[in-house]
Design a binder for this molecule. Structure first.
Ligand code: CA
Length: 233
């Protein structure tokens, strides 16, 4: 089985780590980036990861993209209900990026601005679309990708798990190939390190997860950073 690397780091500016991540056997990966005041972001991202994990482990495989979306919807209900019952959690939410591999088949489901990338040979491609205000502007041609990275409103999401009742989950499936390398990450990586540098690290580092964290910290580490790197045999 191909190697999996994972790492998370609070960064250099924040006091707590609101990201959560999980590797669920077999070959299923979750990254969640929580938001909300006090400890609410941590609560939301942890609920997402735990709910997805518990749901999948009770569900027969393959965990195709519709099952992954069902798991995220269940987490959406749980987080919404918890926020309703506890005033201090009001307005909490989380991103959710989930990838499941079954043989050569890859499935994913996604909400928010964490990302799934695929490195295949020399091609490094973002497989998810950010559900963010600036991404909407980029799609309309009003901002370039470079401008979006430094835009003052780049943290504003158009939707998050636990923050809306009518959640729209992006899902897809595709064929993986031997040698493919998947990266799941929170925006604490992608706001600090550009895609070209990320691809270079994935190709060369002995432990790519630790090396990506190091690169984000060296670039300022302004946010929590989480990465999972998983290969395909
Ligand atoms: Ca973040």
């Amino acid at each position: 089985m191909a190697k999996v690397y994972q790492a998370t780091n609070v960064g250099k500016v924040r006091y707590n780590n609101e990201d959560s991540l999980a590797v669920i056997e077999p070959e299923t990966y979750v990254v969640a980036d929580g938001m909300g005041g006090a400890q609410a972001g941590e609560v939301a991202s942890r609920m997402l990861v735990e709910t997805v994990k518990n749901f999948l482990l009770k569900t027969p495989r393959p965990w195709h993209e519709k099952i992954l979306a069902q798991a995220i919807l269940l987490a959406n209900d749980k987080i919404l209900n918890t926020a309703r019952r506890h005033g201090e959690y009001h307005g909490m939410g989380t991103t959710a990026t989930v990838l499941s591999l079954e043989g050569r088949q890859a499935y994913f489901a996604h909400v928010g601005d964490s990302r799934l990338y695929l490195l295949r040979g020399n091609s490094f491609k973002q497989m998810t679309e950010d559900h963010s205000y600036v991404e909407t502007l980029v799609r309309r041609g009003e901002l370039t990708a470079g401008e979006a990275r430094i835009h003052p409103m780049k943290n504003v999401l158009t939707q998050a798990v636990g923050a809306v009742t009518n959640l729209q989950i992006d899902t897809a499936s595709f064929q993986a190939e031997p040698g493919d390398l998947f990266l799941l990450c929170s925006d604490g990586l992608t706001n600090m390190v550009d895609d070209v540098s990320i691809a270079k690290i994935l190709k060369t580092a002995a432990n790519p997860a630790d090396a990506l964290i190091e690169a984000a910290l060296n670039a300022g580490g302004k946010d929590n950073i989480s990465v999972i790197v998983a290969g395909v045999d």
